[in-house]
Structure formats: structure tokens, C-alpha cells
Design a protein around this ligand. Structure first.
Ligand SMILES: *[C@@H]1O[C@H](CO)[C@@H](O)[C@H](O)[C@H]1NC(C)=O
Ligand SMILES: *[C@@H]1O[C@H](CO)[C@@H](O)[C@H](O)[C@H]1NC(C)=O
Ligand SMILES: *[C@@H]1O[C@H](CO)[C@@H](O)[C@H](O)[C@H]1NC(C)=O
Length: 292
């Protein structure tokens, strides 16, 4: 790891160094710097070169968090990115990766959400996931990561096609959310979305139910992102767009390793809305939980 500026405020220098470094890079490599734009807190986040990898350091301090979004938006695709989470005491902080459409009213709000909930030093991060469509969500699942996500970069992936949303960690599927009850279960099917990443303070609820607050003496907090690979969905021959793939086609069923998914759930699942009987004690469980 290249040495990092100790403070958020040295970002301008680093940006200048990055621009110089980019001039000498091979033209073929895609730079995160070109693929995304800073959307929030840009005054204290920065890009830097770590060897060959242009890396984005998102910063959280007491005044603000920060965030980025992909410049392009996509209607179905696969998104892979490498993230290194906040080291040491990250309690109260949340680092995110999510897909979301541009400013739409809440009744059209779609989202595929990954939130990494920080913890005190030595205690494990939690990966919280959710899917929303047309303003409806509540499909939370949480996982414990099986490695220390603050020590090194790991690849987090969202595969979004008309039939499935699959979340993978280092290529291992941990969640498969199916579009098998059209109209009965939220599933984003029609809007372009951009990929976002953010870091923010959520110490009201994030760590051990909100009991542990952000220790601002440890600030600024950094989360690092790099190596974004976007693979837009390419429609089958003769099909105008991926959403028009014939219902009988098995194309979007391919490549799912069901055994690996089951192993991940058995080992790493912490919370599943479908098993939360307390939450649904006065109402029925969502239909997909009880009907196959
Ligand atoms: C924090 O972010 C908000 C929203 O982007 C912005 O209005 C505000 O000026 C930022 N605060 C600082 C200290 O820059
Ligand atoms: C985390 O703690 C280790 C050991 O105390 C220290 O060397 C390192 O600089 C800390 N990292 C950050 C980002 O504060
Ligand atoms: C933090 O660590 C505690 C103790 O190991 C654990 O119970 C909790 O689930 C962890 N994660 C969060 C987000 O609080």
C-alpha cells in the first residue's frame, strides 16, 4: 500500500499527482477516475495511485461523509468493484455500494443496496443487503464476512438481470433475490440505475444496535474503492432489450452455483427478513417467504 496522506485536506495534492501518473498509463486500462464522479463531500475525498491501481479514498469526518456515482447509468448489468473498508475502530460508520435511479419520486424508487456496518476494533463488520422497487423494500438480509475486510481489498459484485439480483463476495454468491413473483414482490425491472458508493455516519443504529457511537477522535475515516468493472446486459439476438427476453428462456438462470449459495447462507447469514417472526407477528410474512 502506498503511503496515504494523513488528513483529508491533502487531497488537492494527491489529485495533481494522480493526473500526472495517468498521463503515463496505458490507454486501455479503465480508470475509476474516468468512470465515476464525486457526488458528495468531494472536498475531502481523493483519488490516488496505489502502484498501478487508481484508487478512490472516500472520507468521513465530523462535518461530512462523501460519495461517488458512476457517470453512466445501466438497465441490467454486472458490477464488480474492489473495496477496502475502514480500518481499526469503524463503529458508527457505514460504507455502501448501491444501485439507484436518478432523482425520482419515492413511488418510483428502486435500489439494490449493500451496506457495510462498521464495528469496534477486532469485532466483525456486518454486510447488510436490501432490494427496493417502486418505493417498497423491507427485503433485508445480513451476512458476516468470513475475512477481515479492512486488511485488504475484496471484490463485491451485484449481478442484476430481469430474473435475478445476485450478490457475490470474492466471486462467492451470498444472496440470490429472484424475480419469481412479478407484481407481488419488489424487483427493479425498468429504470436505468447508477452505481454509487458512500461513507457516512450512522451511529444512531449501525453498530450493535446504535449502542456504540462513532469515536470522532479516530476521524477522518477512509474507505477505499478501485477496479470497477461494469458489464452491461447485452440482449440475445433478435431481442430488443434484456427485459424483453422470452419468458421460457433460461439465459438468466445460467451461471448460478446453487450449492455455493447454500453454503454461504448456512455459514454466514445473520439475519433474513423471511425468518423474522417477531417483525411480522401482526401481519403475514411476505408471500415469497412462505410460497416456495
Ligand atoms: C457537507 O455536505 C453538504 C451536502 O453536500 C454540503 O452542503 C456542506 O457544505 C458540506 N459541509 C462542508 C463542511 O463542506
Ligand atoms: C490501525 O491500527 C494500527 C495499529 O495500531 C495502526 O498501525 C494503523 O495506522 C491504524 N490504521 C488507521 C487507518 O488508523
Ligand atoms: C459488532 O460486533 C459485535 C460483537 O462481536 C457483534 O455482535 C455485532 O453483530 C457486530 N456488528 C455490528 C454491526 O454491530
Amino acid at each position: 500500500m502506498a503511503s496515504l496522506p494523513p488528513s483529508c485536506m491533502r487531497c488537492m495534492l494527491v489529485v495533481a499527482l494522480l493526473v500526472m501518473a495517468m498521463v503515463t498509463r496505458p490507454a486501455a486500462a479503465k480508470l475509476l477516475f474516468d468512470q465515476v464522479e464525486l457526488t458528495w463531500g468531494e472536498y475531502h475525498s481523493f483519488f490516488y495511485m496505489d502502484g498501478d491501481e487508481d484508487t478512490l479514498a472516500l472520507c468521513l469526518d465530523e462535518a461530512n461523509g462523501s460519495g461517488f456515482a458512476s457517470k453512466e447509468s445501466y438497465l441490467f448489468g454486472r458490477f464488480d468493484i474492489d473495496i477496502k473498508l475502514v480500518a481499526n475502530n469503524s463503529a458508527g460508520t457505514v460504507t455502501t455500494l448501491y444501485l439507484m435511479p436518478e432523482d425520482v419520486p419515492w413511488e418510483y424508487h428502486d435500489e439494490v443496496d449493500l451496506e457495510f456496518l462498521g464495528n469496534v476494533t477486532g469485532e466483525p463488520y456486518t454486510l447488510h443487503t436490501n432490494v427496493l422497487a417502486n418505493g417498497k423494500g423491507g427485503r433485508e438480509q445480513q451476512f458476516r464476512l468470513w475475512f477481515d475486510p479492512t486488511e485488504d481489498f475484496h471484490t463485491y459484485s451485484i449481478v442484476w438481470n430481469p430474473k435475478h439480483i445476485t450478490i457475490l463476495v470474492d466471486g462467492v454468491p451470498i444472496r440470490d433475490y429472484k424475480n419469481d413473483k412479478p407484481g407481488k414482490k419488489p424487483f427493479p425491472t425498468w429504470q436505468h440505475m447508477r452505481l454509487h458508493g458512500t461513507i457516512w455516519n450512522a451511529d444512531q443504529w449501525a453498530t450493535q444496535g446504535g449502542r456504540i457511537k462513532t469515536d470522532w477522535t479516530q476521524a477522518p475515516f477512509f474507505a477505499y474503492y478501485r477496479n470497477l468493472r461494469v458489464t452491461p446486459c447485452v440482449p440475445s439476438a433478435g431481442v430488443p432489450w434484456c427485459g424483453a427476453e422470452p419468458a421460457e428462456s433460461t439465459r438468466f438462470e445460467e451461471g448460478m452455483d446453487a450449492a455455493a449459495l447454500q453454503r454461504s447462507r448456512d455459514k454466514h447469514l445473520l439475519y433474513d427478513y423471511c425468518r423474522d417472526l417477531k417483525r411480522y407477528k401482526d401481519t403475514e410474512l411476505p408471500k415469497e417467504c412462505t410460497q416456495g
